[in-house]
Write a protein that binds this ligand. Structure first.
Ligand code: PXP
Length: 246
């Protein structure tokens, strides 16, 4: 069963809602680094943070502080941006997940067009992996994307579970089947497989049960539940769903 990576972006969203530009204010909480430490305490095996070009939630300083303070591993999500790349090389997180990024989107919408941008992606993968980070490509569970990901040299793909999460009934069953095929195809090509996006307390178990998925990256549902249950309890419950009954 997969491990859980907790995405703490939305802890920073809450902070930025009031204290944009004042990260050192004594009232500037909640601190995503403190949230990461609580998530680890509750059983998370990795911390994920997306440094967006518009810095709408996570700030550069958060990434440096996460790298210094967490005890599990940092998974930095980033767009293929020449502006973010130097920071990724300097911080050298254990994992880097390359995602498509569009300023107008509310959250990452589709997967990376690995097939259409193969050469650019291949070069970024080479630079980042030779610097000591393992690269994952966030892609839709489609054959051409998986084939291109395998050609890029990346160690991992993260399969986009958004379409599955947004579907219901038989359509959701179809999306689950599509993900199952994609996992098998990726593994057959030598890729390691993670999954994430839109996963919550209801729809996570069937994804966690997919043979071959190593890690689930989950953010919004956990931070939303934390408002009522507290972060420790919210993470602990999701760790239980990701790992399944033992
Ligand atoms: N994985 C990737 C690559 C993402 O971009 C995101 C959203 O930042 C997530 C996982 C987590 O998605 P959610 O917040 O919907 O759980």
């Amino acid at each position: 069963m997969p491990s859980l990576g907790v995405n703490i972006d939305h802890v920073a969203t809450l902070r930025q809602a009031r204290y944009r530009g004042l990260p050192d204010s004594p009232n500037a909480g909640p601190d995503p680094v403190e949230a990461a430490l609580v998530a680890e305490e509750a059983g998370a095996e990795g911390i994920t943070a997306h440094l967006r070009e518009d810095r709408r939630h996570i700030q550069d300083r958060d990434i440096h502080r996460l790298r210094e303070r967490i005890r599990t591993k940092l998974n930095l999500e980033m767009g293929l941006s020449p502006e973010i790349l130097p920071l990724a090389l300097q911080v050298r997180p254990a994992d880097i997940c390359l995602v498509p990024e569009n300023r107008a989107e509310v959250t990452t919408e589709g997967g990376l067009d690995c097939a259409g941008r193969l050469e650019e992606i291949r070069q970024a993968v080479e630079v980042l992996q030779s610097n000591g980070s393992r690269v994952s490509l966030f892609i839709d569970p489609d054959e051409p994307q998986i084939q291109s990901a395998a050609k890029s040299g990346a160690v991992f793909v993260e399969l986009h579970t958004g379409a599955y999460a947004n579907a219901t009934g038989p359509a959701q069953e179809m999306e689950l089947l599509r993900l199952r095929h994609a996992v098998g195809h990726a593994k057959a090509l030598g890729l390691r497989v993670n999954a994430g996006h839109g996963l919550d307390y209801r729809n996570t178990p069937p994804i966690a049960a997919l043979e071959g998925v190593e890690e689930l990256n989950i953010g919004h549902a956990i931070v939303a539940r934390a408002v009522f249950a507290g972060l420790h309890a919210a993470v602990r419950e999701m760790v239980g769903l990701a790992r399944g009954p033992r």
